[in-house]
Design a binder for this molecule. Structure first.
Ligand SMILES: Nc1ncnc2c1ncn2[C@@H]1O[C@H](COP(=O)(O)OP(=O)(O)OP(=O)(O)O)[C@@H](O)[C@H]1O
Ligand SMILES: [Mg+2]
Length: 721
């Protein structure tokens, strides 16, 4: 039997087997930090130093947490059921469910994602008759979340001016509203669980006794509240291991605080600082480029990486006329690599901003290359899915006013704005939820089939009809009873949305069959509640077609911790990367440079950097100059690969990409894969063409809220975009 410790280098081995002491592992990208962390957990368990339940391991994304559990079970035949391995938010959720009473929450509290939170703020401001020109809902939301992330409640905020005083009042009223409705937003998950432990000596002692080993990955990106949260779990006997790389700190803009590393050293690690310097991920040229880049930063703890691998291939640089030519180049290279035997999942397209993915997606779609976007419009954020989730939330907790407002008149049941205003007034006067106010009204009403009484009757029947059903059947029942299914069936463009609703049933089926997810159920309070929590916390990895070989598309932020055989990094232009919002300050530029360092170090064997002279972004053509970051790389490591450019051809998509065979030949100027602009819906991609002549219809994916639409060409005014 091979040992867990086989193949570790001496420093890694020391870190994995460090006896009973806290330590900080400070090391560059690809040096095996995550591997050390996971191996240490397995080793501690295997050698009987701790039971699986005595481990608390925190990582940054759901993807990373899942990966950690998978690697653990591959190393050790253990049951990970009940193990505390997860994200800060996921573990907070678990803590609050288990101790909901002590935390002052209903057991079935619902989680508001960022969009839900914004609607809750809007609803609040409306009920307070606030002028939203003066107090923009987004800014109020930002104020509330920012303070929560700093660990501050309204009464703890220092107020120097009347404007801030108002904001603090809104924050307090918002908290009241959330408590009344039994809902919790993202930052509240953390703050509430931190406060729970800080205040409750018995609970804190219980967890401190339980968690003998606490391990944190990507420690450089924790904020102050997260660090304080961690400290609540650490008792006198707990051993902590934090793993991080100051050069990869990329969340300062969201309050991440690299000072935590110094504090951790002071609080726990002392002189136990382990450095790992051998990189096992990348070939030499890629690593040299990363090292050369990051040394341009002033503020860093300083370290270098080396590799035993050869230098490998040069870094390929492509200069494009336009973003479309850039996309065409990338698609051709992806296809060539695929022909040579590299799987698509082992290639990634990275970009600085989400908005850049549209052109890439368009080119990939046209060329028939399957791809997956991580962290784009999340499945659970789609309009129809949110409607369905709101019905489910109401089933779980009828006092959830946010969910109530979303679906009381969707599909339309002839409930007017005036009725809803009266209802809100009644609820406010009586200090009750909207649902309770609606029930009172319905009881007093004679005609119970229509309007508000009809909705109340519908929900009561739904509560009864779903009792005792397995989760997927609850959803199916709800989709029909609520009228959502019929609504989208009747809509001309509803097919896509219906498909997503069916996908929701699939997601629930997968969830209900996932032993790990279900393992939390005992603590969490039933399948529906935990599925809803999952929906709110899921980082968007859920997309139809998961499991097939597909190219990976994501922002550089989302690529943290991952690695790929080949990486394409596009849009290397000043203003885009480094991002224009960061260009005026030294700190901003240094954070962008760390982000660039993260991007480069994702590549194992092959790295492509590209930039375009012109680019369509947010509806405008921008003319960009090449990013300073390319200039900061040693020229000897780079190779310009513009050999296939046809200088005579006009710049643009058609000049570069070979016509895709999937394009149907018809007389229409609109072809599948084409970019078009519609006066109302904006820019989209043609995905289907039907009919002839005047009857011709095209289906267009406008993305975002507009989604898929069928448009009749006779009426729709379309132009090429
Ligand atoms: N001792 C080793 N022998 C062989 N391969 C190793 C060794 N240590 C790590 N690796 C491999 O090197 C790669 C990088 O490791 P890992 O992802 O743990 O690095 P990391 O320091 O966490 O990187 P990042 O900073 O990007 O998160 C992985 O493929 C890992 O399996
Ligand atoms: Mg890592």
């Amino acid at each position: 039997m091979t040992s867990l410790l086989d193949g570790l280098n001496p420093e890694q081995l020391a870190a994995v087997t460090l006896p009973g002491q806290s330590a900080l592992i400070l090391a560059g990208a690809g040096s095996g930090k995550t591997r050390v962390l996971t191996t240490r957990i397995a080793w501690l368990i295997q050698t009987g130093q701790v039971s699986p339940l005595g481990i608390l391991a925190v990582t940054f994304t759901n993807k990373a947490a899942k990966e950690m559990l998978t690697r653990l079970t591959a190393m050790l035949p253990i049951n990970t059921r009940g193990m505390w391995v997860g994200t800060f938010h996921g573990l907070s959720n678990r803590l609050l469910r288990t101790h909901h009473r002590e935390a002052g929450l209903p057991q079935l509290f619902q989680i508001l994602d960022t969009a839900d939170q914004l609607s809750a703020v809007k609803r609040l401001l409306k009920s307070l008759n606030v002028d939203t020109e003066k107090f923009e809902p987004k800014k109020v939301q930002y104020f509330i979340s920012g303070n929560k992330e700093a660990g501050l409640r309204p009464q703890q905020i220092e107020v120097f001016d009347p404007y801030t005083r108002r904001l603090v009042e809104f924050y307090a009223a918002y908290d009241e509203q959330c408590n009344r409705e039994g809902v919790v937003d993202f930052p509240e998950l953390l703050l509430r669980s931190y406060e729970l432990l800080a205040r409750n000596d018995v609970l804190r002692a219980h967890y401190q006794e339980r968690f003998r080993h606490i391990l944190v990955d990507e420690f450089q990106d924790t904020n102050r509240l997260q660090y304080r949260w961690l400290k609540q779990f650490a008792g006198a006997q707990s051993v902590l291991m934090a793993v991080g790389d100051d050069d990869q700190s990329i969340y300062a803009f969201r309050g991440a605080h690299t000072g935590n590393m110094n504090e951790f050293q002071r609080d726990y690690a002392g002189d136990n600082v382990i450095k790992l310097e051998q990189n096992y991920r990348s070939h030499g040229n890629i690593l040299d480029a990363a090292n050369a880049l990051i040394t341009q930063n002033q503020s860093r703890l300083g370290k270098n990486l080396w590799t035993a691998e050869g230098s490998g291939e040069p870094i390929r640089v492509f200069e494009a006329y336009s973003d479309q030519e850039e996309a065409g180049f990338i698609v051709e290279e992806v296809k060539a690599l695929q022909r040579e035997g590299t799987a698509l999942v082992d290639m990634a397209l990275l970009y600085r901003s989400n908005a850049q993915s549209r052109v890439l997606e368009h080119a990939l779609f046209s060329a028939g290359v399957p791809y997956r976007v991580y962290g784009g419009l999340r499945f659970f954020e789609r309009q129809e899915v949110k409607h369905a989730l709101a019905y489910l939330r109401l089933l779980a907790n009828p006092d959830d006013d946010g969910a109530f407002s979303r679906v009381v008149n969707f599909p339309t049941r002839g409930i007017g704005a005036r009725t809803l205003e009266q209802l809100a007034d009644a609820a406010q006067a009586g200090g009750t939820s909207l649902w309770q106010a609606a029930r009172a009204k319905a009881d007093a009403s004679k005609d119970s089939a229509k309007g508000l009484p009809g909705f109340v009757a519908l929900m009561l029947a739904m509560q009864e009809g779903t009792q005792g059903l397995p989760l997927p059947e609850v959803i199916e029942h709800m989709l029909h009873a609520s009228g959502l299914a019929a609504h989208y069936l009747a809509e001309k463009e509803g097919a896509d949305r219906l498909e997503n609703l069916n996908e929701l049933i699939n997601a629930a089926t997968v969830f209900a069959n996932d032993p790990e997810a279900m393992a939390e159920l005992d603590e969490v309070g039933g399948p529906l509640a935990s599925f809803l929590a999952h929906a709110a916390l899921e980082a968007g990895d859920h997309q139809a077609g998961a499991g097939t070989d597909a190219l990976q598309l994501m922002t550089v932020h989302a690529a943290k911790g991952l690695e790929f055989h080949a990486v394409f990094l596009g849009g290397l232009e000043e203003g885009l990367f480094p991002h224009e919002q960061s260009m005026n300050e030294q700190d901003g530029i240094e954070e962008e440079r760390r982000l660039m360092y993260v991007a480069i170090t994702r590549a194992r064997r092959r790295l492509y950097l590209s930039h375009a002279q012109s680019r369509m972004l947010h509806g405008q053509t921008r003319y960009g100059i090449v990013s300073r970051f390319i200039g900061e790389l040693p020229p000897a490591l780079l190779k310009l690969v513009n050999t296939r450019r046809n200088a005579a051809a006009p710049a643009g998509y058609d000049s570069y990409v070979a016509p895709a065979s999937s394009v149907r030949s018809n007389t229409s100027p609109w072809r599948i894969g084409m970019n078009v602009r519609h006066a109302k819906f904006g820019v989209g991609v043609v995905v289907n063409v039907e009919g002839q002549g005047d009857d011709m219809r095209v289906q267009i994916n406008f993305g975002g809220a507009n989604g898929m639409k069928w448009l009749a060409l006779e009426y729709a005014k379309l132009e090429p975009a």
